[in-house]
Design a protein around this ligand. Structure first.
Ligand code: VGL
Ligand code: ZN
Length: 190
């Protein structure tokens, strides 16, 4: 995988948070294997003066997706906890834009498309402001957030790439299905 970035590109690093890594509350199998690949992508993005965006799952403690509220998941990525922190091995450049999603107790959002900064700037506005035409996506999990984000971005007209080596699924078969669906919508999975 050798991508040359330019200033009209954005690298979207999805949810590299402790809870999504092995040992975390919702650990993605082999999730840690994406870290060195993502480090290289960040370096390449910096070299090409691309915009770097890091999303985070950012749930209130009473989020509807948790078992306690009848949802499908164990509690994970609770705001301001250690589990919600970005993994320490990835050093994001200072100008990385952090966007948060699923912070409303009654709303689930796997897609980072509606994620926003703490100042309330949403991802589409960030992309527009930075004149982004192409998005390179990596991170966790392929069958949920990476899939939903990629679909929204390709539907919005962005040239959308998913780096296979830099993502893993919660469920392997769902990951394979996600790749088929993404490809059918015109996302380049490389
Ligand atoms: C995600 C499951 C639950 C994701 C978030 O970001 O992929 N998956 N919450
Ligand atoms: Zn979640």
């Amino acid at each position: 995988m050798d991508i040359k970035f330019n200033s009209n590109d954005a690298l979207l690093v999805v949810d590299i948070q402790n809870d999504f890594l092995p040992g975390g509350a919702l650990g993605v199998p082999e999730g840690d294997q994406v870290i060195p690949v993502i480090k290289d992508l960040i370096t390449a993005a910096q070299q090409g003066q691309a915009t770097i965006i890091a999303s985070r799952d950012w749930h209130p403690v009473n989020h509807m997706s948790f078992h306690e509220q009848g949802g499908p998941w164990p509690a994970h990525c609770v705001q301001n906890t250690q589990g919600a922190e970005f993994h320490k091995d990835i050093k994001y450049p200072d100008n990385t834009i952090v966007v948060s999603k699923a912070f409303e107790p009654t709303l689930e959002s796997y897609s980072a498309f509606n994620a926003q900064t703490t100042e309330g700037l949403a991802l589409p506005e960030i992309l527009q402001k930075n004149k982004i035409t192409r998005i390179i996506i990596c991170g966790l999990a392929l069958d949920y957030c990476v899939k939903a984000s990629s679909l929204d971005l390709v539907k919005a007209g962005f040239d959308t790439l998913v780096i296979k080596e830099a993502t893993r699924a919660i469920n392997e078969e769902d990951g394979e299905e996600a790749i088929r669906i993404l490809s059918s919508f015109g996302v380049q999975v490389i």
